[in-house]
Ligand binder design. Structure first.
Ligand code: ADP
Length: 217
């Protein structure tokens, strides 16, 4: 006689074994010039995660002169946000291309509430979620100084003009800062002092991440 267990197992095959283990998904957050990209490079090595920077993805599309790149450039040159649908689709493609990673460091994404909601839904489809949002705190005066300095080597026109920098800061305050509140609702937002040497800030971020991971396990 066929046991109930083997009968049902045909329908529920591998539901437990196929479940992916819990990923570490971090959002590196903060105003432009707060050091997200620099710090992501450190964290990628330490936690063995995949770094996805939407700004870098857009710049690569611009470099390849794709339709997406040409569209994004119009917004980036003014320090405005690229529309959500374009940004979300590009991000989703990148996530889907990397199904076997241990986790992601999202840098420069999400920058709006619809982006955050899409990211949450995207991860949930895979039984995953955001582990932590780490917000680097740096005051405006320091940001302007850092970005004008970065312009000398980055070749980024959005870093070379103080008016564009100020607009990016305004956009951050108006559309992006609330994303930290979205993750605070589930106690996932952590603020980290972004002033200091690269190593000092990296150590603060690692300490914050390790604390979250201990609570999670
Ligand atoms: P920074 O953090 O120094 O502003 P980024 O490289 O992250 O630099 O972003 C550069 C520009 O790319 C932004 O000003 C914006 O125009 C565009 N961009 C990057 N990420 C996003 C996003 N998630 N949503 C909309 N626009 C974005």
């Amino acid at each position: 006689m066929v046991s109930l267990r083997s009968f049902f197992s045909k329908f529920f095959k591998n539901t437990t074994t196929a479940k992916k283990s819990t990923m570490i998904n971090l959002i590196l957050f903060g105003p432009p010039g707060s050091g997200k990209g620099t710090q992501a490079a450190h964290l990628v090595e330490k936690y063995n995660l995949l770094h996805i920077s939407t700004g870098d993805l857009f710049r690569s599309e611009i470099g390849n002169k794709t339709t997406l790149g040409l569209e994004a450039k119009n917004y980036m040159d003014k320090g405005e946000l690229v529309p959500d649908t374009v940004t979300i689709n590009m991000l989703k493609k990148k996530v889907d291309e990397n199904p076997d990673v241990k986790g992601f460091i999202f840098d420069g994404f999400p920058r709006t509430i619809p982006q955050a909601e899409s990211l949450d839904a995207m991860l949930l489809e895979d039984g995953q979620s955001i582990t932590s949002l780490l917000a680097l705190e740096v005051e405006d005066k320091e940001i302007v100084k850092r970005l004008l300095e970065r312009a000398k080597t980055s070749g980024r026109s959005d870093d070379a003009d103080e008016n564009i920098i100020r607009n990016r800061i305004q956009v951050y305050l108006k559309n992006t800062a609330i994303v930290a509140g979205h993750y605070a609702k589930s106690n996932k937002s952590v603020t980290v002092n972004g002033i200091g040497t690269i190593e000092e800030v990296a150590a603060r971020l690692s300490a914050a991440i390790d604390k979250t991971l201990v609570h999670q396990s």
